[in-house]
Write a protein that binds this ligand. Structure first.
Ligand SMILES: Cc1cc2nc3c(=O)[nH]c(=O)nc-3n(C[C@H](O)[C@H](O)[C@H](O)COP(=O)(O)OP(=O)(O)OC[C@H]3O[C@@H](n4cnc5c(N)ncnc54)[C@H](O)[C@@H]3O)c2cc1C
Length: 349
C-alpha cells in the first residue's frame, strides 16, 4: 500500500508558486490520505515548527527566501456524487482536485453552478479560503459544507456554509489561516435551469462566439476566452491574479469620490450602506499600469495584476505592492488590501 504521506527536506518552491519566486521550505509534506494528517503533524521532526497549507501556490507571495516550517500539500483528488435528484446533486470533491478540471468534471456530469468560475488556477481545497469569485459568481453559493482538520482542537470537522462565514474574497479560513486544513468540499449543484449572465461581457462573448446559447458548457468556454484575453498568463509573467481586493467603502465616501474622480466606477456591495470600488481603476488612475521597477511590475494588460517579469524577489514585489497602495491612499484616501497570502512579511503600505 502507498504511504499516506511523504516528507521531503529543503524543497525549492519556485515551481510551487505562480509568481515563480525562488523560495524554499525546510520541510514539504505531500499528503495522499487526509486521515493521516494528525499522524503527520505529530511527527517528531516537525514538532515546534509552523505549518502552512500550499495548494498550487496561485495566491501566495513568498516574501521570504525560506519558509522555516512544514508546507502541507494535499494530493488526494477524487470526486463523486453523494446524492442526487432530478434538479440537484451533492458532490464530494477532495481538496487536491484541480479546480478547473473540477469545473469540467461537473459539466460532464450535466451539473451546473461552477461554469462562471472556469480557469481559476489552483486546487479545490483552496476555493473556499478566499471564496473564489469571478463573472458574477462566488464558490460560497455552491458550498454545502467544508470538511477540514482543525489544528486548534486536533479534530476533523464539517463546517456548513453558514459556519464558513463567506463574504467577498473572505471566509473564516482566511481570517484564521493557521487553523483549518481543508480536506474536501461538498458542493450542491443544479441540473438544468438558467445560467448566470449577470456579468455583461458574457452575453457579448457568447454572441461573438457565433450566437451560442447560454448553456453551462458554453458559458464556461466564454469565460475561458475572456480570461485568456484579459489576464496575463503566469507561465509567461509570474503573477497571482488580482493582487488587491476591490475596496468596500461607505456609500457617502463612494459618492464623494465619484464627484472628484471623473469616471470612477461604483458597484453595489453586500450592505446597502456600502459600495464596492474598482481597485484596477484606482491603480490605473494613480498611473501604475505598465510600471516596472527592475523585474517587479504592474501588468500593462491589467492594472490589478502585479507581475514578476524575470528574476524579481518576493520583497521587491511586496515593496512595489506597498508603493501602489500608498499612492492610491494619497490620491483618494482609500486603503487597498492585498488578496494573496503574504508569507514571511507583513503588508504595511
Ligand atoms: C492568473 C490567475 C487568475 C486568478 N483569478 C482568480 C479569480 O478570478 N478569482 C479568484 O477568486 N481568485 C483568482 N486567482 C487566485 C487563485 O487562483 C485562487 O485564490 C485559488 O483558489 C488558489 O488556489 P491554490 O491551490 O493555488 O491556493 P494556494 O495559492 O496554494 O493557497 C492560497 C491560500 O489558501 C490556503 N490553502 C490552500 N489550500 C488549502 C487547504 N486545503 N486548506 C487550508 N488552506 C488552504 C493557503 O494556505 C493560502 O493561504 C487567480 C490567480 C491567478 C494566478
Amino acid at each position: 500500500m502507498a504511504a499516506a504521506y511523504s516528507i521531503a527536506r529543503d524543497v525549492p518552491l519556485q515551481a510551487w508558486n505562480s509568481f515563480h519566486l525562488a523560495a524554499s521550505a525546510r520541510y514539504f509534506a505531500t499528503v495522499h490520505d487526509a486521515a493521516a494528517l494528525p499522524a503527520l503533524l505529530a511527527e517528531p521532526t516537525l514538532q515546534g515548527l509552523p505549518s502552512m497549507v500550499l495548494g498550487a501556490g496561485s495566491n501566495v507571495l513568498f516574501a521570504t527566501e525560506r519558509y522555516d516550517g512544514v508546507i502541507v500539500h494535499l494530493a488526494c483528488d477524487s470526486a463523486r456524487i453523494l446524492q442526487q435528484d432530478a434538479a440537484h446533486a451533492l458532490v464530494h470533491v477532495d481538496a487536491g482536485f484541480e479546480w478547473d478540471a473540477l469545473v469540467d468534471w461537473t459539466l460532464d456530469q450535466a451539473l451546473q453552478g461552477l461554469e462562471n468560475l472556469a480557469l481559476i488556477p489552483g486546487q479545490a481545497g483552496a476555493a473556499p479560503i478566499q471564496n473564489i469569485g469571478a463573472y458574477g459568481v462566488e464558490v460560497g453559493e455552491s458550498v454545502a459544507a467544508v470538511l477540514a482538520y482543525d489544528r486548534t482542537t486536533a479534530a476533523f470537522v464539517r463546517l456548513t456554509a453558514a459556519q464558513c462565514g463567506f463574504s467577498y474574497r473572505d471566509s473564516v479560513f482566511k481570517r484564521e489561516p493557521d487553523r483549518w486544513i481543508v480536506t474536501a468540499l461538498e458542493l450542491r449543484l443544479q441540473r438544468g435551469g438558467a445560467t448566470n449572465l449577470a456579468y455583461a461581457g458574457l452575453r457579448e462573448e457568447l454572441a461573438n462566439m457565433g450566437g451560442l446559447e447560454p448553456l453551462p458548457h458554453n458559458v464556461a468556454a466564454a469565460v475561458r476566452r475572456i480570461r485568456r484575453r484579459k489576464l496575463p498568463d503566469p507561465a509567461v509573467a509570474g503573477n497571482a491574479g488580482s493582487f488587491f481586493k476591490n475596496p468596500i467603502v461607505p456609500r457617502e465616501l463612494a459618492l464623494q469620490l465619484q464627484s472628484r474622480l471623473d469616471g470612477l466606477p461604483v458597484f453595489p456591495a453586500a450592505s446597502a450602506a456600502e459600495r464596492k470600488l474598482s481597485a484596477a481603476w484606482l491603480i490605473e488612475r494613480a498611473g501604475w499600469r505598465g510600471f516596472r521597477d527592475g523585474d517587479a511590475g504592474v501588468s500593462a494588460q491589467h492594472a490589478l495584476v502585479l507581475v514578476n517579469l524575470g528574476r524579481a524577489t518576493g520583497p521587491q514585489l511586496l515593496a512595489l505592492a506597498q508603493r501602489v497602495a500608498a499612492s492610491v491612499r494619497e490620491m483618494c484616501g482609500v486603503q487597498l488590501e492585498p488578496e494573496p497570502r503574504i508569507v514571511g512579511a507583513t503588508f504595511n503600505p
